[in-house]
Design a protein around this ligand. Structure first.
Ligand code: NAP
Length: 487
């Protein structure tokens, strides 16, 4: 194999639309640039789809649906399994590609490629486990035959923060269930998805099953595709604001929806916690993906007895993190996605400081090119600070102190979001009590990472609808059909 270099991995990607199994330029011939967030340099140009291209992709998905639904589940699973093998075989080049377009350190990109691949392995196994039922009707005369069928052509919209895994988490179950797809990756990180499309084609995915459209006009392209009515499903990962808008658009033709939206995760540390483990978990929950994760700990609530020591240790760890371009050895904190993200993080920190929070470390942008922000710890953060309510999406850890369990839970649940919460305690009863009372879809109990392809991922309240991964993940792409049988 030739050496993996920055230019070779970018060159290897076909930067066109993938429709009906063929690479094709945008109908208008337009392109848009993709940039490296660490330097601002343009990496390449990618086809810029219009609404007409979006509808052409939908045509291809609709045409392929009936054959694909009839494709043997075992073969659907084997395609995923081959793609899983290919992703791992090409982990190094795909990780570099991801770091170039998204910014995260190479070690994290390698981790994401493995995590993304795991969704394919998991759903390869699920493809052959789609079950049904046969039952005697209560009156004893009739019979109920229950079977599962693919939902049909599905629209998948993914964010920039996990450019590949947020795709495989949807594509895996859609392929396993027998649904065709139109995928729209984020404008800032289309390359990982384009590379993935080629890998799936090479793994034997039939033409038209997966269609990928890249565009600088997400709303203009997707709204007509959603409102067209031939797609039967929208699976979206992104912000709550955009999710809300898409739910409205889906209501028009009553599309089924899965919504993986924003978060505002509380991280609770009780006096009886293992402090070393809590600090380690805090670093993972806060700094994975440079803080740009829906699962990122957004608010730390620490019980008074250990609050000062927790803040001291977290500050020590955060201030020692090497910042730089994700391609450099040893870098842990890469750039944020763009200058607007840096400005927002800075604004949230300033707002908290104005309201009385103390900055223990960081609290400023980094001079020079690229979108860097210093790892930051704030303490004495008041409840009315904006960062207690809004997703920070950056390397900032705000700490507040609490006295009682009830007080901690009230603060943790005082948000319209409900994706994940973290709890550190060595008291078993408290662990279960608090886990049950947290208004979230997921809880990290004495651990700072919850994501796992074999577990059901998703939120409650305004963090979303539905679950991805686990045994329920495939259900999002299946309809239940009941046949009433007369004997
Ligand atoms: P975003 O602005 O909502 O964008 C997400 C995707 O939606 C992108 O592909 C975007 O395209 C597209 N989009 C934007 N406006 C649209 C419209 N009017 N119609 C159709 N598509 C549209 O979110 P983001 O900034 O990329 O991602 C960060 C957000 O995602 C955070 O809130 C984070 O919490 C959430 N997230 C949630 C999960 C989860 O599993 N719950 C996982 C990861 C991220 P363009 O980029 O081309 O505009």
């Amino acid at each position: 194999m030739s050496a993996v270099t920055e230019s070779s991995v970018v060159e290897a990607v076909t930067k066109e639309l993938f429709i009906g199994g063929k690479w094709t330029p945008a109908g208008s011939g337009a392109t848009f640039p993709v940039s490296d967030p660490a330097t601002g340099a343009v990496l390449c140009e990618v086809a810029d789809a219009s609404a007409a291209d979006g509808l052409a992709a939908l045509d291809a998905a609709v045409s392929a649906q009936a054959d694909w639904a009839a494709h043997p589940p075992r073969e659907r699973g084997e395609i995923l399994r081959r793609a899983y093998d290919a992703l791992l075989a090409r982990q190094e080049e795909l990780a570099l590609l991801m770091t170039l377009e998204m910014g995260k350190p190479l070690a994290e990109s390698r981790g994401e490629v493995a995590y993304a691949a795991e969704f394919f392995r998991w759903f390869a196994e699920e493809a052959v486990r789609i079950d049904g039922g046969y039952a005697v009707a209560p009156n004893g005369t009739g019979r109920f035959l229950v079977t599962k069928q693919p939902v049909g052509p599905s629209l998948l919209i993914t964010p920039w923060n996990f450019p590949m895994a947020m795709g495989t988490r949807k594509i895996g179950p859609a392929v396993a269930a027998g649904c065709t797809m139109v995928v729209k990756p984020a404008e800032q990180t289309p390359l990982s998805m384009l590379a993935l499309a080629q890998i799936l084609a090479d793994a034997g995915l039939p033409d038209g099953v997966l269609n990928v459209i890249t565009t600088s006009d997400a709303g203009g392209v997707m709204e007509p595709v959603i409102r067209d009515g031939r797609a039967r499903k929208l699976s979206f990962t992104g912000s709550t604001a955009v999710g809300r808008l898409l739910l409205e658009q889906c209501a028009d033709k009553v599309l089924r929806t899965s919504m993986e939206l924003g978060g505002n995760a509380p991280f609770l540390v009780f006096d009886d916690a293992d402090l070393d483990a809590a600090v380690e978990g805090a670093m993972q929950a806060k700094m994975r993906n440079i803080g740009e994760a829906c699962t990122a700990a957004n608010r730390f609530y620490v019980q008074r007895g250990i609050a000062d020591e927790f803040a001291r240790r977290l500050t020590e760890r955060m201030s020692a993190l090497p910042i730089g371009r994700g391609t450099e050895d040893g870098v842990v904190v890469g750039p944020l996605i763009d200058s607007a993200a840096v400005a927002k993080v800075d604004e949230l920190v300033e707002d908290a400081a104005r309201r009385g929070a103390e900055v223990l470390t960081g609290g400023a942008t980094v001079d020079g090119p690229g979108n860097f922000y210093q790892p930051t710890v704030l303490t004495r953060v008041p409840a009315d600070a904006r960062l207690s309510r809004e997703e920070i999406f950056g390397p900032v850890a705000p700490i507040s102190v609490f006295d009682t369990e009830d007080e901690a839970l009230a603060a943790a649940n005082d948000t319209e979001y409900g994706l994940v919460g973290y709890v550190y305690t060595n008291d078993v009863k408290r662990a279960l009590r608090v886990s049950e009372r947290l208004e979230t879809g997921m809880v990290g109990l004495n651990q700072g990472i919850v994501s796992n392809p074999a577990a059901p991922f998703g939120g409650v309240k305004q963090s979303g609808l539905g679950r991805e991964g686990g045994t329920v993940g495939i259900e999002e792409f299946l309809e239940t059909k009941y046949v009433a049988v007369s004997l």
